[in-house]
Design a protein around this ligand. Sequence first.
Ligand SMILES: C[S@@+](CC[C@H](N)C(=O)[O-])C[C@H]1O[C@@H](n2cnc3c(N)ncnc32)[C@H](O)[C@@H]1O
Length: 287
Amino acid sequence: MSLVQAHDPVLLISEEGKRYLVFVEPDGSWYTNRGRLPYAEIIGHPYGQVKTTHLGQKFLILRPTTSDLIQYLKRTTQIVYPKDAARLVMELDLQDGKRMIEAGTGSGGLTLAFARAVAPSGRVHSYEIRPEHQRVARRNLEKLGLLPYVDLKLRDADEGFDETDVDAVFLDVRDAASIIPRAEAALMESGVFAALQPTVNQVSDALRALENGNFVDIRVEEILIRPWKPVPDRLRPADRMIAHTGYLIFARKLDARYRVFWMDKRARRRAAEFGKSKNISPLEGKG
Ligand SMILES: C[S@@+](CC[C@H](N)C(=O)[O-])C[C@H]1O[C@@H](n2cnc3c(N)ncnc32)[C@H](O)[C@@H]1O
């Protein structure tokens, strides 16, 4: 049986389904308008129990998932939603030992999902321009014991990245397009690029930057999750859903000589039409 340890993150769910994330510190208590709950009543007890505040309000005590942590950790920035985070971990092919770059760190919500995927022998090199955001991210990652797998850098990603030959680069900054040449310089051949951009204009700019660089297999996705009311006799979609978070852009870096070969007929025609062809003879890529 797994018991709650001191300093653990714990998810409390009210009878109405409201969720709270707390770190249970010895000698401390959780204070809410629903009453006080001493952490001593949680620490050393199994997950999955119901605890009652001094005002008689009941809460279910659960171990938080990565999705819960992303959503309910302290944040000072917009976060990447778990639906997008999960897709990114999969498409960036993050697993133990991988080295990746992220910009910007923000509150570290996505950084924690990346760090969990590449630990223990991989690293996330995470760039953030604003110290107040990096402070929040550092605190969040430290509380979760993930700092050993993250290299937090207080730097403008526009100035370029220190790392080279990384497996993956992810950009969640306003102007991803301007940083794409930096991402290309840091990536290994066949490395994976991804970005999240909230508006289609930004996506168009990013696509142009990718087409001007040495990237292939360019894709744009939007992920929609439609929750359902889990009532067996009246099963139907919920009234509300999150309609928009951002667009995901994916691409693979490829050596310029081989990129020309990969471009399909239509893309090649379009590149020539807009004068964007790299003027590399397909024959150069042979061998
Ligand atoms: C939307 S937030 C990132 C949220 C993060 N993905 C998360 O899940 O918590 C964007 C962050 O990028 C940072 N940023 C913007 N431009 C940047 C740049 N050129 N270099 C580094 N960080 C930058 C911002 O300060 C902000 O913290």
